[in-house]
Design a binder for this molecule. Structure first.
Ligand SMILES: Nc1ncnc2c1ncn2[C@@H]1O[C@H](COP(=O)(O)OP(=O)(O)OP(=O)(O)O)[C@@H](O)[C@H]1O
Ligand SMILES: [Mg+2]
Length: 369
């Protein structure tokens, strides 16, 4: 993967009436990278992708692909191909013909067609389905044919709008791994849309997390997960335990705070200025919290007194729902290591929420943004 930009997006906006579906987005997608647009339904992922593909004209802003301004270029004039969220196959053509369709318009030599069709179908595990018609396939199989059709053209940039949405969980996981390997081996730039955080983490080099038409965070996949920058990103990535505290003071390396319940703790400063009296918000992932019978503050482990409310058995793990001294709701995820022998804590039990300071993720407060 190089640092050359495959796609450069500057101030890109799309309005539908009063709605800014995409709102002044600026970002660069590197050549050869697996780039994901991640966010909840309606945040503007499809609209942004369609503008890159040329299927939607921007209200404002510009798009360059490999250095060339394509903002107003028709879709077929761009070195991209798109797999649509609602894919369409030609019902009267066979699977093989569907995959081959488009090759002659893209200058693929006729003699090369069968090899490319076979290779693309093998990638999506549909070898042997060449002569079937779309109405003889399941929804997931049709989606894979649409994917094969786009891959067969070997575009420089492939735009994929939730291409695995119709696949069941097991097949989806398999195709995720294969698609990622394929992208690596072909060196094609992938721009992949999904609302599934796990899928984005599994496949992407970098992820842009979108919220209401804007990019909230653009980072390496692991960083988006481990160091979400805002409350929205943290919540979307499954980190659900928020702590609101006041800064008491600190030194060059750390800030000291008072936890709910009154215990003191020191958090790494992370290169930020914090003043005494300021409000600070941090988040801890459910699997990084520990539910204990005893207060560990005296041993230097941040501890918050809580009341156990409920427990949810999930097979591989258990989620404890607890409340802090100010009525704050927290959830603790615990791996189930032994057969379920009943609850460690009864509803209403007093317990302590403990965590390591390095697992506390400091968030930007509203004033920072
Ligand atoms: N053609 C259109 N006319 C009017 N509004 C539109 C149009 N297309 C999209 N929108 C609106 O723009 C916003 C973004 O839509 P978009 O389809 O880009 O979201 P998305 O992130 O792809 O969502 P999903 O995950 O549900 O596919 C939504 O509020 C949607 O209702
Ligand atoms: Mg969409």
């Amino acid at each position: 993967m190089s640092t050359v930009s495959a796609v450069e997006i500057r101030g890109l906006t799309k309005r539908f009436g009063d709605v800014a579906a995409v709102d002044a987005v600026t970002l660069d997608i590197r050549a050869g990278e697996f780039f994901s647009l991640l966010g909840p339904s309606g945040c503007g992922k499809t609209t942004l992708l369609r503008m890159i593909g040329g299927f939607e004209l921007p209200t404002a802003g510009s798009i360059r692909i490999h250095g060339e301004d394509v903002t107003r270029t028709a879709p077929y004039g761009r070195p991209v191909n798109m797999v649509f969220q609602h894919y369409a196959l030609f019902p009267h053509l066979s699977v093989g013909e569907n995959v081959a369709f488009g090759m002659r318009y893209h200058g693929v030599p006729r003699g090369d067609e069968p090899r490319r069709v076979a290779a693309a179908l093998a990638l999506v595990q549909l070898t042997g389905y060449e002569s079937r018609r779309p109405d003889q396939l399941s929804g997931g199989q049709r989606q894979r044919v649409a994917l094969a059709r786009a891959l067969a053209l070997e575009p420089e940039v492939l735009l994929l709008d939730e291409p695995l949405g119709a696949l069941d969980q097991k097949l989806r996981k398999e195709v995720q791994v294969q698609l990622k390997q394929l992208q690596r081996s072909l060196g094609i730039t992938f721009v992949f849309v999904t609302h599934d955080q796990e899928e984005a983490l599994t496949m992407s080099d970098r992820i842009a997390v979108m919220n209401r038409g804007r990019v909230e965070q653009l980072d390496e996949a692991a960083r988006v997960f481990e160091r979400p920058a805002t409350e929205f990103v943290a919540t979307f990535m499954g980190a659900s335990n928020f702590f609101d505290v006041f800064v008491r003071g600190g030194d060059a390396a750390s800030v000291s705070i008072e936890l709910p319940g009154g215990a003191a703790a020191r958090l790494p400063r992370e290169g930020r200025e914090w003043n005494a009296g300021e409000r600070l918000r941090f988040v801890v992932r459910p699997e990084k919290l520990d539910l204990r019978t005893h207060d560990l503050s005296t041993r230097g482990v941040p501890s918050v007194p809580v009341t156990v409310e409920d427990r949810v058995y999930q097979g591989v793990g258990t989620v404890w729902l607890v409340r802090g001294p100010g009525g704050e709701a927290f959830s603790v995820y615990e791996q189930n290591e032994r057969p379920d022998e009943g609850a460690r804590f009864a509803a209403g039990a007093r317990a302590f929420l403990c965590f390591r300071t390095r697992d506390a993720i400091l968030l930007s407060t509203a004033g920072d943004r």
